[in-house]
Write a new protein. Structure first.
Length: 632
């Protein structure tokens, strides 16, 4: 397992030990225990037992034995469906678990493929002080006297059947297992790890990109595609065309013949519109949409029919079909209803992410909540596609930490079954700001939307940034305070010049001090590097807004020099793009980063005349530097 094993400092270890033993006066020492599994242990229970042993051995510095339940020991940690457990999970969801303890015994058992695995990671976190904050920041305290309380009585059922997010850490198997992610888009769990909720084919935007491709059919059959302004365009399908339905049905069946997993509890086929607004306006599509008051009328009717045809084929009882309620299909249809085996993925792309979704004074979010409630009246399987960073200027501050918990609670309270929190999925090339912390917090929130959010954030900040974490927490709180106003919003394409409202000069100076204090408190190179990387987002905002050290109200060489340093640090830390899609690559043209704001530092703005002017600009910069240094 690729990781940085964070053996806690003595003070932090002492705190962890106190938190475990404070309620464990009558508990037992883990070093005295053995792990018990069933004689006929399942592969998932066996995997859970081995992961538990691995971490307990690390904590106590020992070698805990694993025995089967036809043997007995004086102190036992019983994992899975042993003869020591009388848990009856009945119709409990996959992933549910119980953790119970008595004088000489702990029982950890779970439902379905994921329950026991979820249970052992919860035990390690709650009672052993382990945390998986990032794929390479794993806290495993050294504590040879680790004691387990005798009064544990936990029953847990997942809030969502499907949970997914992205960034580097969430693609790591151990991080994802420990933090309860169940989707299979960004990681794959083996059968012994409990498998995942997977897609048989593409995850999104599958119509025309995967099914009924224009390069195969458009030349001879333009009628298969959307009618726009009197012309057929290969950007969306004509969803009422019978031959299109035949083609897509055949292609879905061909996909399932190759990729169907009959052993999975559920496998999804995605029938989702392409990422544009070119829906079909032919007479038949228009009539169906008018009848339903939304373009979701044609979409749901189409998906229902494909689903019915595939199910009629036989052998695919565990297959479900998903489609989008996205942009032009976001509004629920008035007449047609999704089949029971159809998932509707409601997308929040138009929302404000500085106000909570249930903020009645935020008109952007009022509309979304109305759509969520209307879909809830006709669909029993709503999934959410939510958005959690700035796709235009990803390296800049995105102050949405004040709404994330409430928004996930809203999903749970509206009977949502699955959540995808789309963040910085291209993070390898754009890893500034707080993307990894956001991934951790969202993963934990999807496990339990009602957890102690503040404590989870503090835990992450302390583990990743060390003693400087408390200063970063104060900085994040200030950013959250300035994220929005009553009439100002936060979109996922927000310009940096239109964020962090009412930041005065004294606020900026105070935030600068917080970053300096945090860096001064760093005790390891890793902590300092993490701080420098995250600070890039603050420097980005100041540059874009011409504030602080980037103010134009000073000698020109000074803000140019700060721009040069920011450009150097972005490149040094591997930041290749400033936004989504690989089209915002950072330019090396000096004229761009010396004379223009950071939002113009990409190759999108690297016109030919910059190369002509660039040598002159460099000479001027050098001359200004000479003058500045002469008098300073």
């Amino acid at each position: 397992m690729k990781k940085l094993l964070c053996t806690l400092l003595a003070t932090l270890t002492a705190v962890a030990c106190m938190s475990v033993t404070a309620s464990a006066a009558d508990g037992f020492n883990v070093a005295d225990a053995v792990i018990v599994v069933s004689q006929n242990v399942s592969q998932t229970d066996n995997y859970a037992a081995q992961r538990l042993k691995y971490y307990l051995d690390e904590i106590i510095g020992g070698d805990i034995a694993v025995i089967t339940d036809d043997n007995e020991a004086s102190v036992e940690i019983c994992v899975g469906a042993t003869n020591r457990s009388d848990a009856d999970f009945g119709d409990k969801a996959d992933g549910s678990y119980v953790i119970k303890s008595a004088q000489d015994k702990v029982i950890i058992n779970g439902a379905g493929n994921k329950g026991t695995i979820n249970g052992i990671y919860a035990f390690l976190e709650k009672y052993c002080g382990c945390h998986w904050y990032e794929s390479e920041v794993i806290v495993v305290p050294e504590n040879s006297a680790l004691t387990v309380p005798t009064n544990i009585d936990i029953e847990y059922s997942p809030f969502f059947e499907y949970t997914e997010t992205d960034t580097t850490s969430s693609r790591d198997t151990e991080f994802s297992l420990a933090n309860g992610l169940t989707g299979g888009v960004y990681r794959s769990f083996t059968a012994e790890q409990g498998s995942h909720v997977g897609y048989a084919g593409p995850f999104a935007h599958s119509l025309v990109t995967f099914y009924c491709k224009p390069e195969k059919y458009f030349a001879e059959h333009p009628e298969y595609y959307a009618l726009r302004g009197g012309e057929r365009v290969p950007e969306q399908l004509c969803l009422t065309n019978d031959e299109v339905k035949d083609i897509v049905t055949a292609e879905v069946l061909a996909l399932l013949a190759e990729n169907h997993n009959p052993d999975a509890d559920m496998q999804i086929v995605s029938l989702t519109q392409h990422d544009n607004r070119s829906y079909c306006q032919c007479d038949r599509c228009k009539a169906l949409d008018n009848e339903n008051g939304s373009q979701s009328g044609t979409m749901i009717t189409f998906v229902n029919e494909i689903a019915g045809r595939v199910k009629a084929h036989g052998g695919y009882d565990n297959i479900v079909f998903d489609t989008f309620a996205y942009q032009y299909t976001r509004k629920a249809p008035a007449v047609v209803k999704p089949r029971e085996d159809v998932i509707v993925r409601l997308c929040s792309i138009e929302c404000c992410f500085g106000h909570t979704l249930d903020n009645e004074n935020c008109e952007l979010n009022v509309d979304f909540m109305n759509d969520l409630k209307e879909w809830g009246k006709i669909c029993n399987r709503i999934y959410i596609w939510d958005y959690v960073n700035n796709y235009r200027d990803t390296a800049c501050i995105f102050p949405n930490f004040g709404v994330m918990q409430r928004n996930v609670q809203i999903f749970a309270e509206n009977n949502v079954k699955g959540v995808y929190e789309e963040g910085n999925y291209y993070i390898a090339d754009c890893d500034a700001e707080f993307g990894e912390m956001r991934t951790y917090l969202l993963s934990k929130l999807m496990q339990n939307p009602y957890l102690d959010y503040s404590a989870e954030m503090d835990g992450y900040l302390n583990a990743v940034y060390g003693d400087g974490g408390k200063y970063i927490r104060e900085f994040i709180d200030i950013m959250t305070e300035h994220a929005v106003t009553e009439k100002k919003h936060l979109s996922i394409y927000q310009a940096p010049t239109d964020t962090l409202y009412k930041m005065k000069k004294k606020d900026i100076e105070y935030c600068n001090e917080l970053w300096e204090k945090a860096k001064a408190a760093a005790t390891t190179d890793e902590q300092l590097q993490q701080l420098r990387r995250s600070e890039l987002s603050w420097r980005y905002w100041k540059n874009a807004n011409k504030r602080g050290e980037f103010s134009r109200w000073q000698f020109a060489y000074k803000y140019m020099n700060e721009g040069e340093k920011l450009h150097h640090d972005l490149k040094e830390m591997g930041i290749r793009f400033l936004g989504e899609g690989g089209v915002h690559g950072i330019s090396d043209c000096e004229l761009l980063y010396l004379y223009r704001p950071v939002t113009k530092w990409t190759t999108l703005y690297e016109e030919w005349f910059w190369d002509v002017l660039n040598p002159l600009a460099v000479k001027l910069y050098e001359a200004l530097g000479f003058v500045y240094n002469l008098f300073n």
